[in-house]
Design a protein around this ligand. Structure first.
Ligand SMILES: C[S@@+](CC[C@H](N)C(=O)[O-])C[C@H]1O[C@@H](n2cnc3c(N)ncnc32)[C@H](O)[C@@H]1O
Ligand SMILES: [Zn+2]
Ligand SMILES: [Zn+2]
Ligand SMILES: [Zn+2]
Ligand SMILES: [Zn+2]
Length: 628
């Protein structure tokens, strides 16, 4: 591996400036402190100071010894109890111990207390098979490329062999198709192999939509508008007659099919069990039976239903804060977007061009965070069920959208529409070449290994687990998934995302510490970094260093166990967390993740409304190349 490819930020693509993301010149300018951050120029380095130094640089740079202030290398010297103090040698550590003892103990006690809460959470969930959550028709996090081949399997001397081999991905808790679409659409042109993706999500509504989309893409592959129409159907509140007819025809055909017929009709693209198919059929039948013609008295009237969701003051406030972050033109366009909620390829569209409501945006309505088993899909009332916080601009990285959709566009909607359509075109061509194969499983992710046996599939090069760790805990999730990793590929990895931790660990969320000096510092950093004084939203989290809280969370959650895994008696050290169950965690404090950044930059992404909560951890098998 070249030196350059090791050096990447939390988030910026390899070989690009950590501020402006332009390709680095031959002589780049490093950060003087950590030497990890690289810039195209001194002005870029200066401009990035407030952002980079608030969290990132602290992670990577060598730090002073707590006792004598000499600078010590970051990885040799940390107190194993709290991961918070550093020492140049045993002597310095012993000297500090009387003073440090108390704070160190507080951390460990904090972890023990957290583990009790987490053990409770994990056992609560164990008794429920399905959580009533709003359907993830749009999802709540940005689409991810599962493979990132260029920085992984295609980055070493095996690259040419890897260009022709197949790859296998498991996406557990997959939600919608966005990451599947991005992965397929991001395959390098030289890659010749087949991509096998197993989609696992126990939500029949989300999965019914996924299968409908895949089927429709193949069924109407010979029309040149199918990619664009599917983009519209993915996100638009109202649709044209042509799009409504696509849905209707597909549904009419799908509900007649057996799993084998679906497999044949899609030329092998979609494979699932008959019992799962029957479950999905319940959703398709209901969508098929809804009155979607907007001028009919009995129509479902999604506009009215959506208005209700957007009524609360809190939601409106959130929208106006989001809009304030945008450029004046984008602001105007997206303000209108929140009113019309359309998603179409042109900015000017007449009402009479879109005479139908989009039935695929309906499903079981649910109150977020009320835990209960769901009833069968056919027993549910079908209502508009997109969470107010999820919208198309949030689920595709605006940096990548702008990069891949050059030229000027009349609005963000038009640009995004084009971007997703382009990806879907690539997916379609891959399907037509027989190079994309999708297995679908409605199993609970914890039962998935049993299902995997019946799929007759090799093990996986990647296992993406969405934020299932928030639901079932790391211990059970990692133990369940590890046997499914392909040990013959040294880049094989399990990827876990955490969102809810910030609510659980005291002190993790700067928003709850308004009176503290740290809060003032973060506001100052926000101002220096972006020129904005008020945030009121999520951007401020970018400057708050809560890594220590996240380490506590990891240690506490593994201590908690759950689902038959007993709690640990002792607080595990971070070192043992990194080796949990014979896996190797990539230490995000030392090197960069290879698949999904540990933490995304929030303020560099105006259109994408990130909340700053997400943390991604990658787990490898021992001695993997990707660890090097
Ligand atoms: C964990 S949720 C979070 C939303 C996700 N970040 C997204 O944007 O789609 C993701 C999906 O996991 C599914 N899920 C939750 N628990 C599951 C389980 N035990 N087994 C399988 N799927 C599960 C939910 O139905 C949901 O669609
Ligand atoms: Zn630059
Ligand atoms: Zn630095
Ligand atoms: Zn010292
Ligand atoms: Zn300590």
């Amino acid at each position: 591996m070249t030196e350059e490819s090791c050096q990447r930020t939390m988030d910026v693509q390899p070989g690009h400036c950590w501020r402006c993301e332009r390709v680095l010149p031959q002589h780049s300018v490093p950060c003087k402190f950590c030497r990890m951050a690289k810039y195209c120029s001194t002005p870029c380095r200066n401009r990035d100071k407030a952002r980079h130094r608030s969290v990132e640089c602290k992670l990577y740079a060598d730090k002073p010894c707590t006792t004598c202030s000499r600078i010590v290398p970051k990885d040799v010297s940390e107190c194993a109890g709290c991961n918070n103090s550093r020492y140049c040698n045993k002597e310095c550590q012993l000297k500090d111990w009387p003073a440090h003892k108390k704070t160190c103990k507080t951390v460990k006690t904090g972890i023990t207390q957290l583990s009790v809460i987490l053990a409770q959470r994990n056992s609560n969930l164990a008794t429920n098979t399905r959580v009533a959550d709003l359907n993830h028709y749009f999802g709540s996090t940005m689409a991810e490329d599962f493979l990132k081949l260029v920085s992984n399997e295609l980055s070493d001397e095996m690259a040419s062999e890897n260009l022709t081999r197949d790859f296998h991905v498991l996406s557990a808790g997959c939600g919608d198709l966005r990451s599947t679409v991005l992965t397929a659409g991001s395959l390098p042109d030289e890659y010749q192999g087949k991509l096998h993706i197993t989609l696992n999500d126990f939500d029949p509504f989300v999965m019914a939509r996924n299968v409908l989309f895949l089927f429709t893409l193949v069924r109407f592959a010979d029309t040149d508008y199918i990619a664009s129409s599917l983009t519209t159907i993915w996100y638009s509140l109202h649709i044209s007659k042509r799009e409504y007819d696509l849905i209707k025809t597909s549904l009419d055909e799908l509900i007649q099919m057996s799993a084998q017929q679906l497999h044949d009709a899609t030329q092998g693209l979609v494979k699932l069990l008959d019992e799962d198919l029957r479950y999905l059929s319940q959703v398709w039948k209901r969508w098929q039976s809804l009155e979607c013609q907007r001028d009919k008295k009995t129509s479902i009237n999604l506009r009215k239903q959506r208005k209700r969701v957007f009524k609360p003051d809190k939601v409106r406030e959130g929208v106006s804060i989001y809009l304030a972050r945008l450029s004046p033109e984008d602001q105007k366009a997206n303000k209108e977007w929140f009113e019309h909620a359309l998603f179409v390829p042109t900015q000017t569209v007449k009402k009479e061009d879109l005479p139908f409501d989009n039935p695929t945006l309906t499903g079981r309505g649910a109150h977020f965070e009320i835990v209960c088993d769901i009833t069968a899909p056919e027993d549910c009332e079908f209502v508009y069920c997109i969470k107010e916080s999820s919208f198309p601009f949030a689920v595709w990285d605006c940096l990548r959208v702008r990069e891949n959709t050059p030229g000027s566009h009349s609005s963000p909607m038009v640009m995004y529409h084009k971007y997703v359509t382009n990806l879907l075109q690539k997916v379609k061509s891959l399907i037509l070449q027989g190079r994309l194969l999708i297995r679908v499983s409605l199993a609970n992710c914890l039962d998935f290994p049993n299902h995997h046996q019946t799929l007759n599939m090799p093990n996986y090069d990647r296992i993406f687990t969405s934020n299932l760790a928030d639901y079932v805990g790391f211990a059970k999730l990692l133990q369940t998934m590890k046997p499914l990793l392909d040990a013959s590929n040294s880049y094989s990895a399990i990827v876990t995302e955490s969102m809810n931790w910030i609510e659980i660990v005291p002190g993790a969320d700067i928003k709850k510490a308004v009176q503290t000096p740290e809060f003032a510092q973060c506001n100052q950093a926000l101002y220096l970094d972006t020129g904005k004084e008020v945030d009121g939203f999520n951007g401020i989290r970018e400057y708050y260093d809560n890594t220590i809280c996240f380490l506590m969370y990891l240690r506490a959650d593994l201590m908690a166990g759950g689902f038959g895994i007993p709690s640990l008696k002792e607080v595990p050290s971070f070192e043992s967390v990194k080796k949990y169950h014979g896996l190797q965690m990539r230490d995000f404090r030392k090197g960069q993740n290879k698949l999904v950044p540990f933490q995304y930059r929030v303020n560099a992404r105006d259109l994408t409304m990130l909340n700053g909560y997400g943390r991604t951890v990658e787990w490898y098998l021992p001695q993997s190349d990707a660890q090097l």
